[in-house]
Design a protein around this ligand. Structure first.
Ligand code: FO1
Length: 333
């Protein structure tokens, strides 16, 4: 089983590639819920929905969120009626939020709702929210404190961020199945998502970071940073706000206490020594995901790179024996 820690758009594209090269039933996605927002009285879970739609094959290619070919009739009418409209919900997407909100009000957990949504959309992979407890990512900026969506969408991540907070994280518990997925995985992949606002909230849920440090699985991250900038979105500014250099070294530092390897864009191969001196291996390949083939090839490269850590050939019998006992790693006392 492969466990993937996921945020939004980059993770969704990566999973579209991964499920082309491994059986979808072997994938467990652990997804950030720090972006969740109550909108028009509905519980919207953007990253859970992006991952679910991606694995169901209905994610909008153009937007990277919401449903392919969706219309925005309700959104237009809501704007005419004076409702806030800076966060656009498509008409088909709206059904997800209506049903999720109904199910949650009926007492179901976000884990249960997410699994039911995925099942009804024909998704065979497991999709787990990081927690059923509320964790809200908030961004402290030069113009005040904003929710993640206010920062990212309403303000188009223009205000300079000073700090990111995960409100409620210290009281949150990993959703049922998350810790087991990390411990039982042969491979854990940190998707090419924003280390601060997509992966950060997941790592802030007590117990998850400890599980990553203890698992026998190989852990590989795909860098969302190429050169000194994010492939997309505000990851660079947010890393800088947290005192991290915006580079593959900065990404490796966020995950240094549990990471074995980082997969980086070929053009960053020259920076490998600055990551290897953290005790983390580097695999370089093409990481930009324009086409479906790019997505599948990147996923393939991650699997190849992770297997590189097994010096002996991974014959079927060995593989079926489950995870290898981990070589003592200096970073995991
Ligand atoms: N991103 C935008 O830039 N503009 C939007 O109006 C917007 C609406 C939206 C609605 C549902 C949803 O699931 C995602 C949505 N996103 C929108 C993306 C959202 O901001 C995510 O948090 C990002 O994908 C980052 O994870």
């Amino acid at each position: 089983m492969i466990c993937v820690l996921c945020g939004g758009t980059g993770a969704a594209k990566f999973l579209q590639g991964l499920q082309r090269i491994v059986p979808p039933a072997e994938i467990t996605a652990v997804v950030n819920t720090g972006d969740d927002v109550m909108w028009w009285g509905l519980h919207v879970s953007p990253d859970v929905d992006s991952i679910t739609y991606a694995l169901a094959g209905i994610l909008s290619r153009e937007r990277g969120w919401g449903v392919e070919g969706d219309t925005f009739e309700c959104h237009a009418r809501m704007r005419e009626l004076g409702a806030p409209a800076w966060f656009s919900l498509g008409d088909r997407d709206l059904a997800t939020h209506l049903q999720r909100t109904q199910w949650l009000k009926g007492g179901r957990s976000l884990t249960n709702v997410t699994a039911e949504m995925a099942r009804r959309l024909g998704v065979q992979s497991r999709i787990l929210p990081m927690s059923d407890d509320p964790v809200e990512t908030r961004v402290v900026t030069e113009s005040g404190e904003l929710s993640f969506q206010e920062y990212f969408v309403r303000e188009r991540h223009q205000p300079v961020p000073w700090e990111v907070r995960y409100i409620g994280a210290e009281k949150a518990h990993p959703a049922r199945g998350v810790l087991d997925a990390i411990h039982q995985a042969q491979l854990v992949i940190v998707a090419p998502s924003n280390p601060i606002t997509s992966i950060g909230p997941i790592l802030a849920v007590p117990g998850i970071r400890g599980a990553l440090r203890a698992t026998p699985a190989t852990i590989v991250a795909v860098s969302p940073i190429v050169g000194e900038a994010a492939v997309s979105g505000p990851a660079g500014e947010l890393m800088r706000a947290h005192g991290l250099e915006v580079s593959i070294r900065g990404v490796a530092q966020v995950y240094a206490d549990f990471l074995d390897m980082v997969v980086v864009e070929e053009s960053d191969r020259k920076l490998a020594p600055r990551v290897e001196d953290l005790g983390i291996r580097v695999h370089s390949c093409r990481t930009m995901m324009q086409s479906d083939e790019d997505k599948a090839e990147l996923a393939r490269q991650v699997l190849v790179a992770s297997k590189m850590r097994t010096p002996t050939p991974t014959s079927q019998s060995q593989a079926s024996r489950g995870p290898r006992p981990r070589a003592a790693s200096p970073r995991r006392p």
